[in-house]
Design a protein around this ligand. Structure first.
Ligand code: NAD
Length: 487
């Protein structure tokens, strides 16, 4: 591992001074405040040292209620990175990792911030900021999506990169974890501006990506077209290299089944969880927040293949509700025509807040992080939560759900179907060979069901919440790989 890191530093730092060394992390020091133009600074979390109090869920594995704060206290501003570190710390403590090893695998391996100047359609110069964070590559090349969103900042990208490390470890595919993003609202850009921005970003992160270094993929507001531009830009310098990104269109070496893969994985996760928690899916009502790639495919597959009634869906503009069930294909067509689920015929308009609090059996957050928090978790009525989005639940909300005996199937397992089929795509590209759709679905099914059993085994063994059980499984695998390679 040492030799690998040295090689990276040499080849990259010589040419790219913008790249930060691990010894000078960009992470905020205690007391650090974000610049005024950014979102409000996140308060530092004070964790009590007393041992966690356990409560028992009926028939289900025990969950842990962490004494982070009294639930009656006002909610803090908790960043997504705080949440990931919090869960990591609990898992590392359960595994009794040494302090040195814990520090090594807790924080990102490399963080790159890049300026992205582009000429806008009106001839003016505009400079955007982009990031690529590589969290850990002990188990294989870094892997993770690219997000285009106005709220993207280094803290969020770090959190998402870290989640990728644990996710790839849980489904046991040979990758580490990374994430990237650009602080931009892509809806304000023309197609040409979006392409120029993507190409400049690819050029600027070219020094740290590659089929055996780091393989980006789509995330919020990026898609197969963005991946095509990235693949093309990288290939101009390195020769035709489809394996540098996944989530490409089929015409450029994409995999059958990749677009729906995250949604299909969420459906498998829900099906497996429904067995553990004795929920009859054929009688269940499901609400889904977010109707983009993940949310819409989850809804469609649940309705068409699993016979599940989807009663509510939403997107950034609002939501719709029909207690008799929404026809997901109609909703998808409505989104194509109008850009939103709002206004769908035969369904009542609701807000996003109302969607999260709907009377339903299963809630699937499939939009942005931090949607379930101390201020709304108490009003959630679902009997089961399956996290399709990354980081939708703060640890304060986790405490509340544990107290209400609502099991949460965590993101690092539940939405791993996307990166799993990305792994299939990467493997197909390297072998210059194609799998058919049936094979992709069958292999995904195998990995998601095996991983569910392993997550639940870890949960039961350590007598913890499912999220912490999943973290323990993942941190243990990464720690073992790190030790075997040599620190
Ligand atoms: P997307 O851009 O295709 O869709 C995002 C959806 O969320 C849209 O419907 C959007 O309108 C909605 N949305 C955005 N902000 C919202 C808000 N504040 N309230 C309600 N709805 C809001 O993105 P996606 O690829 O579907 O990703 C959704 C989530 O799933 C993200 O958290 C992402 O990190 C996670 N995820 C995606 C993949 C993947 O393969 N695309 C894989 C794993 C996890």
């Amino acid at each position: 591992m040492m030799a690998r890191k040295k090689k990276n530093k040499k080849s990259v730092h010589k040419k790219r001074p913008a790249l930060r060394k691990k010894s000078k992390p960009l992470r905020k020091k205690p007391g650090h405040k974000k610049p005024a133009h950014k979102k409000p600074a996140h308060k530092k979390i004070v964790r009590k040292k007393s041992s966690p109090k356990k409560i028992r869920r009926g028939g289900a594995p025990q969950s842990v209620v962490l004494p982070v704060r009294q639930l009656s206290q006002p909610a803090k501003n908790i960043s997504s990175y705080d949440v990931v570190l919090h869960n990591f710390d609990i898992a590392a403590a359960k595994l009794q990792l040494s302090e040195e090893l814990k520090q090594l695998i807790k924080t990102p391996d490399r963080e790159l911030r890049v300026e992205l100047p582009i000429i806008m359609d009106d001839g003016k110069l505009n400079t955007f900021i982009g990031y690529r964070v590589q969290h850990n590559n002990a188990r294989g090349p870094n892997k993770g999506g690219i997000r285009y969103h106005a709220d993207v900042d280094l803290d969020e990208v770090r959190a998402l990169a870290s989640l990728m490390t644990w996710k790839t470890a849980i489904v046991d595919i040979p990758f580490g974890g990374a994430k990237g993003g650009i602080t931009v609202d892509p809806k304000q850009l023309s197609l040409g501006e979006l392409e120029r921005l993507t190409r400049v970003f690819t050029q600027k992160i070219d020094c740290v990506i590659g089929p055996s270094e780091d393989i980006p993929a789509p995330d919020v507001n990026t898609n197969a077209q963005v991946m095509s531009w990235m693949m093309d830009q990288y290939s101009r310098r390195h020769g035709h290299t489809p394996a540098v990104v996944t989530g490409k269109p089929l015409e450029l070496g994409g995999s059958a089944g990749r677009e729906e893969a995250t949604g299909r994985g969420v459906c498998i996760a829900l099906r497996e969880a429904s067995k553990s928690f004795k929920l009859d899916l054929r009688k269940a009502a499901v609400a889904i927040q977010g109707f983009g790639n993940v949310g819409s495919h989850t809804a469609r597959i649940l309705e068409e293949e699993f016979g599940v009634k989807v009663v509510g869906v939403s997107d950034v503009k609002g939501g719709v509700y029909n207690p008799r069930g929404i026809r997901c294909k109609d909703a998808m067509e409505h989104v194509l025509e109008t850009g939103s689920v709002v206004g769908l015929k035969g369904a009542a308009k609701i807000t996003n807040a109302e969607l999260l609090e709907l009377k339903c059996d299963v809630l699937i957050p499939a939009a942005m992080g931090g949607q379930l928090h101390a201020r709304n978790a108490d009003r959630v009525k679902a009997k089961l939560i399956v996290e399709a989005a990354n980081g939708p639940t703060t640890y304060e909300a986790d405490e509340i759900f544990a107290a209400k005996k609502i099991p949460v199937i965590p993101d690092i397992y539940a939405n791993a179907g996307g990166v799993t089929v990305s792994y299939f795509e990467w493997a197909q590209n390297l072998q210059q060979f194609r799998w058919d759709y049936q094979r992709v679905v069958a292999e995904l099914e195998k990995i998601m069901t095996t991983s569910y059993a392993e997550v639940m085994k870890s949960t039961e063994k350590y007598n913890v919440s499912i999220r912490i059980g999943a973290f323990i499984l993942a941190v243990d695998r990464v720690a073992k790989a790190t030790k075997l390679r040599g620190i």
